[in-house]
Design a protein around this ligand. Structure first.
Ligand SMILES: Nc1ncnc2c1ncn2[C@@H]1O[C@H](COP(=O)(O)OP(=O)(O)O)[C@@H](O)[C@H]1O
Ligand SMILES: [Mg+2]
Length: 258
């Protein structure tokens, strides 16, 4: 299963990715997290690492020379890539969790991020999984990645939405684009929900827009507090909420319960 986590900027994508990865790991899955957000760089800390992996972009000589170096042999030239084949410096690993990063925008005027979109798309397409392996992609904010075709090999899209209507609108756009290219599982997860009453209103709004909700995470002072250190909580309410959400995801996707 390859899940991409999408949503408006700041909606909680990376938080959801890290909580989901920990939960999938706890259920016995081997999890590969792919950081495909070229703008934000904090995911490695949320996943409990103290430095980021060397971006895969470096394998092809960085963004500037992607075109020239695309032809030279490296793991990215293989037709199929198993997580274990990724060169060590490009993957961080701890007890069944692996993190790779596509690339980051480091300089101003370095041009658009399209080459990173191409690399994300090709890498995800070639990534070949064994039973018990799960890929979770921390996608860039918004909808541009659909234009670049990053989702072509993704089977499930998890859309993070917050109460503001604008967030729901972006979520719907993602939902329609994902469904439009034939992605089987497209679900919404409501984040930073302040009360049950608002959860119910939000759910009704999403369902009115034909979006299927797999659960919600309350506004959580622990999550916000941990973010001061760039971390996420490893126990507490949100971790519990993610247990139920992951169970629902597995059952709706027809996956074994871990
Ligand atoms: N359920 C939540 N409760 C409280 N704060 C949250 C929650 N989810 C995310 N946050 C906080 O919101 C900010 C943005 O979250 P992040 O996951 O980085 O969003 P994104 O990856 O979509 O940009 C972070 O400071 C994070 O700690
Ligand atoms: Mg993020």
């Amino acid at each position: 299963m390859k899940i991409s986590v999408c949503g408006k900027g700041g909606s909680g994508k990376s938080t959801v990715v890290a909580l989901l990865a920990n939960e999938a790991r706890a259920k016995g899955y081997r999890v590969l997290v792919v950081d495909s957000d070229e703008s934000n760089s904090g995911l490695f800390r949320m996943m409990g690492f103290d430095h980021p992996p060397v971006p895969l972009m470096e394998l092809v000589g960085g963004k500037q020379s992607l075109k020239q170096k695309m032809g030279q042999p490296n793991v990215l030239s293989e037709t199929h890539i198993a997580p274990a084949q990724i060169p060590e410096q490009h993957r961080l690993q701890r007890d069944g969790l692996m993190l790779v990063s596509i690339g980051k925008i480091l300089q101003s005027l370095e041009g658009c991020a399209c080459p990173m979109g191409v690399l994300s798309r090709e890498f995800l397409k070639k990534l070949t999984l064994q039973e018990g392996e799960l890929v979770i992609v921390d996608m860039e904010a918004g909808v541009e990645h659909f234009g670049r075709g990053v989702e072509t090999s993704i089977d499930s899209v998890l859309i993070v939405v917050e109460p503001p209507l604008e967030s729901i609108d972006v979520g719907q756009k993602i939902h329609d684009l994902a469904s439009g290219i034939g992605i089987r599982n497209v679900w919404a997860i409501m984040n930073r929900v302040p009360s049950e009453e608002i959860a119910n209103r939000m759910k009704a709004e999403l369902e009115k827009r034909h979006m299927e909700v797999v659960g919600y995470i309350y506004f959580d002072a622990d999550i916000f507090g941990s973010s001061l250190e760039g971390k996420i909580p490893v126990n507490g309410v949100a971790v519990q909420e993610m247990k139920d959400i992951f169970d629902r995801i597995l059952s709706r996707a027809g996956m074994p319960p871990g």
